[in-house]
Design a binder for this molecule. Structure first.
Ligand code: MRU
Length: 317
């Protein structure tokens, strides 16, 4: 991904520490968070210094490298966030590799390369869906920040832009954590034409015929194709179907959970109330207001036109 015109990744391992672009600070400030032990990596995942399913997985893999005891490190990292399959997938991978005698850093670096390869492929396959002149809606941030580089939902857009296609992106702001601002930051850096809209404006633009295609990422995909993704994805999918707009989910193999039959089995993370009551250090609701804050929802497969994977575009997962 481009940051001020230079190619960067959203995290990297250097001098025995994990370096992460601090996603809590963007789009206002570009800062690097350095995690030197497993607890600091766990903190980074829990507090969304790093976020997005594939990036969480890679961060956790490097977290294992920084841990002293393999099982304790894995147990700690598994407790950070419950919904993204990639976290558990990466930790299972690390456990197997290390128990088979593999060097931990070597294994984590390979895991990162695998994710990068998958996202690049997703971009190459997904790019075909983007027609010149199209308007595309995306929800949350499924870009390079969420995946180390390229993105999942944003990878096809990056690739189409690279090939010279002209298109426009509607970016849902994605309350309460405003991941849309991260997507806007990435698109701005790449020079891709976009505007950010309030979450509840997407239906309006769909009904006016201003959106041709929806692409989102995923945190966990069940065997029947149901998708857990950022809260608000479900309603976008329903409105897209109502308006005959294709709705695609982009994800690597690490997001697919073959051990569960349907989305009903996916654990939905409930996050703290301060995410609704505070924005960038500013109080926007009084303490006494009661709130609920589910971080994800489930989109049943019947609303999904197809899955953009590293093996191609599929009707079924
Ligand atoms: O809570 P977050 O910001 O980690 O949630 C991220 C999302 O829901 C993304 O859309 C999803 O992980 C896909 S990331 C490529």
């Amino acid at each position: 991904m481009l940051v001020d015109g230079e190619e960067r990744k959203s995290l990297w391992f250097e001098e025995n520490a994990l370096h992460l672009i601090d996603q809590r600070k963007l789009p206002f400030e570009y800062e690097i968070f350095v995690a030197r032990n497993v607890e600091e990596v766990a903190f980074a995942i829990e507090n969304m210094v790093v976020r997005g399913a594939p990036a969480i997985g890679v961060a956790a893999a490097y977290g294992v490298v920084l841990g002293k005891d393999l099982d304790e490190s894995i147990e700690r990292l598994k407790k950070t966030r419950p919904t993204a399959n990639d976290l558990f997938y990466a930790l299972d991978y690390m456990k197997k590799e290390i128990e088979n005698g593999r060097d931990a850093l070597n294994a984590a670096m390979d895991y990162e390369k695998r994710i990068l390869r998958s996202c690049k492929k997703i971009g190459e396959y997904g790019e075909k869906l983007i027609e010149d002149g199209a308007s595309i809606l995306t929800h949350c941030n499924a870009g390079a920040l969420a995946t180390i580089d390229y993105g999942t939902a944003l990878a096809p857009l990056r690739e189409a832009h690279r090939r010279g296609k002209k298109f426009f992106v509607y970016v849902d702001e994605t309350r309460p954590r405003m991941q849309g601002a991260l997507t806007a930051w990435e698109l701005q850096q790449e020079g891709i034409d976009y505007c950010l809209i309030a979450d509840n404006a997407a239906g309006y633009y769909m009904s006016k015929g201003e959106i041709d295609l929806v692409i989102v990422g995923a945190d966990r995909i069940a065997s029947n194709g149901d998708v857990a993704n950022k809260i608000g994805t479900y309603e976008k999918a329903v409105i897209a179907k109502e308006n005959n707009i294709p709705f695609y989910v982009a994800a690597p193999a690490s997001t697919i959970d073959r051990s569960i039959k349907s989305g009903m089995e996916i654990v939905i993370e409930e996050r703290g109330e301060e995410e609704l009551k505070e924005k960038w250090g500013c109080r926007i609701l009084p303490d006494w207001i009661k709130v609920k804050n589910p971080a994800f929802d489930i989109t049943p497969s019947k609303y999904i036109t197809g899955y953009i994977t590293d093996e191609g575009i599929k009707k079924e997962i």
